[in-house]
Design a protein around this ligand. Structure first.
Ligand SMILES: C[S@@+](CC[C@H](N)C(=O)[O-])C[C@H]1O[C@@H](n2cnc3c(N)ncnc32)[C@H](O)[C@@H]1O
Length: 300
């Protein structure tokens, strides 16, 4: 039998024990893991479901689904894994006939293995194609977008999704660079931003620009918005929604959605302040540092 750290050596599920400590899904219950990844959260939460329970797991990355399949193979409950974007959750739940959920969980962003995979074009360390698609069925890569977008569109996106104050200067430099040569690799873009901003602080100066591109290419905030919109109709009465986010743009959207639905009598908010990892978890898994989890329950 593999230990938990061996099982989750490629991606430690963030705030998983915290979540398991506050939600116990009853035997026969339904867990919808909208971002199954390597199956870490579902494996921990799914233990209480028994033979009659169900886990429905979604991911856009087939490599994740393969890993999750293995990680979840010895759970007694039914496990249904679908290569789907969570913005289509209503349709997937209707098609698979799982019924309403006791828990909808979304652990946003990328698994450690995906971030470390140089082929994804997210790393500044490797000079590789500027791709950034989580789902390789998407037709527009980060390179396509950066070479096609107008200057204002570039500046607005880098400002809004990267929260980068120098967005206009970066957009100008991209346009000037494009006049001579297309931007096709991560290093070209990282160096261009470096030249505009000069040496940064603790993080690479291109970090915010890369975040913006990733959000645009994968329509990350649009997908989150559609998931949040659909969730109340997919939960049982008292069913819970838990969202783990890694940057303030996502967290703000979740917070505002829960607050709006509380006023409309749809949700009870279970986390007035977002839950964050303890020091001990961050020591083992530094990527947990920026995680915030918010949870709400569907009112009857
Ligand atoms: C942080 S990881 C989840 C890790 C997982 N909770 C675990 O314990 O292994 C996020 C996962 O969500 C997937 N993902 C991101 N956006 C998605 C979307 N819109 N629809 C479906 N899957 C998505 C990514 O491919 C990635 O595998």
């Amino acid at each position: 039998m593999e230990s938990q750290s061996q099982l989750f050596s490629e991606h430690q599920p963030v705030l998983a024990e915290t979540l398991a400590g506050i939600v116990a899904i009853p035997e026969g219950g339904v867990i919808v893991d909208a971002t199954i990844g390597y199956g870490g959260h579902s494996r921990i939460l799914g233990k209480s479901l028994g033979l009659s329970g169900t886990i429905l797991g979604l991911d856009v990355d087939p490599a994740c689904l393969e890993k999750a399949q293995k990680v979840l193979s010895d759970l007694p409950c039914r496990v249904i894994l679908e290569r789907e974007n969570f913005s289509n959750l209503s349709r997937v739940m209707a098609r698979t006939g799982v019924g309403k959920a006791d828990l909808i969980l979304a652990d946003l962003g990328w698994c450690s293995g995906q971030l470390d995979d140089p082929k994804r074009g997210f790393s500044f360390q490797h000079n590789l194609p500027l791709d950034m698609r989580l789902d390789d069925r998407l037709t527009i890569t980060a390179a396509d977008w950066v070479n096609q977008a107008e200057e204002k569109e570039l500046a607005d996106a880098i400002f809004e999704f990267g929260e980068e104050r120098a967005s206009r200067r970066i957009a100008r430099a991209i346009i000037e660079h494009r006049r001579g040569q297309k931007i096709t690799t991560t290093a070209q873009l990282a160096n261009l931003v470096y030249r505009v901003l000069g040496r940064g602080g603790k993080i690479h100066p291109a970090t915010k620009t890369f975040q913006a591109l990733r959000i645009v290419v994968n329509d990350e905030l649009g997908c989150l918005g559609r998931l949040l919109e659909a969730a109340p109709g997919l939960l049982k009465p008292a069913g819970r929604i838990a969202i783990i986010s890694f940057h303030s743009l996502e967290d703000r959207r979740v917070k505002q959605d829960f607050q709006r639905k509380r006023l409309e009598g749809i949700y009870e908010i279970l986390t007035d302040k977002p839950m964050v990892p303890q020091e001990a978890e961050i020591r083992i898994n530094p990527r947990a540092r920026s995680a915030k989890m918010r949870m709400a329950a569907r009112l009857p």
